[in-house]
Design a protein around this ligand. Structure first.
Ligand SMILES: *Cc1c(COP(=O)(O)O)cnc(C)c1O
Length: 220
């Protein structure tokens, strides 16, 4: 019952235009079903094999988002069903996603991950690298991927100003790209600890794990 209550509480204060991705990594099928029965349909996982196993077992109207760092050689296992890939941080990965999507006659939606945190451990590209991909001739040849937006993770910090500045920088970049004609609709930023700041700074997709499912036993 806890998952259901958490979810209902959580959604009460969520603006309509913000999509909630329930991050179910490391959590059992029973927890996901509880969220599903409470109406949740969008779930995020950070490991391809774990997401595939859950996809196989769970109702097929769930939209699965891959939010983790991608290993190109595993893209093929999720290409038939994945709904959105958040963590694309290389052109090479886009090429592999395109190749696998083509085999299933699909167009796979992708977000380009920007590095906005100062921490060395966070993945992602510079704004310049993102612009280079969006402007590249090579991208127009990838007919089976569609870049629908950007994703970013802020520093793990209790300094609200620092976190806000990072979110703000990504929103400014997102707006700049849209003003230049790129038609990006998704800005994925915000997790359990910082989603309010993310929404305040223009996020329209948040990725929430522990605030819904409780803390995880290990850091995934
Ligand atoms: C685990 C994870 C989340 C959710 O984290 P919580 O703090 O549990 O909400 C969000 N985004 C990414 C990329 C993650 O790996």
């Amino acid at each position: 019952m806890l998952v259901k209550q958490n979810l209902i509480e959580f959604k009460k204060n969520l603006p309509k235009e913000v999509t909630l991705v329930a991050v179910s990594k490391t959590k059992p099928i029973s927890d996901i079903m509880e969220a599903y029965e409470a109406g949740q349909r969008v779930f995020g996982e950070n490991k391809i094999q774990e997401m595939v196993n859950k996809y196989d077992e769970l109702p097929k109207d769930i939209q699965w988002h891959m939010i983790g760092h991608l290993q190109s050689n595993k893209v093929k296992y999720m290409a038939h069903f994945v709904n959105l890939i958040h963590g694309v941080d290389k052109f090479k990965t886009l090429k592999e996603i395109n190749k696998q999507a083509q085999k299933h006659n699909r167009v796979i939606n992708c977000l380009l991950q920007a590095k906005i945190a100062k921490e060395e451990t966070k993945f992602g590209m510079s704004f310049k690298e993102i612009e280079e991909i969006l402007q590249s001739e090579a991208l127009t040849e990838l007919k089976n991927v569609k870049i629908t937006g950007l994703m970013g993770m802020a520093s793990f910090s209790s300094n609200d100003k620092e976190v806000s500045d990072e979110f703000k920088s990504l929103k400014t970049f997102f707006d700049k790209l849209n003003n230049a004609g790129y038609e990006l609709s998704v800005l994925s930023m915000g997790m359990s600890g910082d989603y309010q700041l993310a929404i305040d700074h223009g996020s329209n997709m948040i990725r929430i794990g522990s605030a819904i499912f409780g803390s995880r036993n290990y850091i995934a």
